[in-house]
Design a binder for this molecule. Sequence first.
Ligand code: SAM
Length: 295
Amino acid sequence: MPKTEHWSWYVEQFAPTEQHHHAIANVLFSGRSQYQQIAVIETPIFGKMLVLDGDTQSSARDERVYHESLVHPALAGVSERAEVLILGGGEGATLRETLRCPDVKRCTMVDIDGLVVELSKRYLPEWSEGAFEDPRARVVIGDALAFLSEDRDRYDVIVSDLTEPFPDSPSHTLFNDRVFSMIKARLAPGGTYALQASTASVHNAALHCKMARTLRKHFAFVTSYFTHVPAFDTDWAFLACSDRVDLSALEPAAVDAYCARLRGENFFYDGITHRRLFSLPRYLRRMLAQSGDTF
Ligand code: SAM
């Protein structure tokens, strides 16, 4: 291992006084699309990583922790799974996880950035594992907001795998009451909307709570869950929204029965993991119960 000073570093800046440094073993791509700054790098510990606007999106080492958590609780909790819509999801791993479920007849993925999708196919094929070529996949390169405005189909599950809604991000327009109403209108009765929903760490859960509070205006059950994602260097949270099912009450045996239907083996998610994902610490339950601002 070379001495520290011989490495170049990718520095993820969490706050003015907080950083995580990843040594860079190789830069596969670095450039700008019409929408965002894109880097595909290799690091000694996490392997290949996709970085957008300076934020880690996923790493080879632990992307299954994130993508299985994002996709499978929502699919496990519904009885109809034929039609799935993914908003964002550039790497193709959310598509991969969705299409591992044989009940899914069509999965539409809408990502604004064709360059992220192309680079993911070229440099990160382990993420999609052929999902882009699956005949059940329909990939739309376009703004999810425009898609939601024009689309008239209904989906059993909608998964939002968008970048964080920071003011300079192309996802910024997708976190508000108008868009959450549009998403709800596209859900089939009893359908579930699952989204990646920022961090749930003790020092940094405000954005997550704001998302949850806003979504509670639209859905009867808005359930937070989270897991530690090492490449993100934090606890990462998700939200599962439904008018019919509280996913935190899903029995481990029901989750395992769903998982047994999937093609191939899960790395992370099963009945026991489900229970752990949805067992929230007291600080977070208290923060989620407090009133506060909404989008
Ligand atoms: N795991 C991620 C994270 O931690 O933020 C999200 C992964 S995925 C790479 C995010 C995708 O959202 C990107 O490919 C980006 O192009 C897409 N995206 C951002 N804004 C969008 C929009 N308005 N419409 C569709 N896709 C969008």
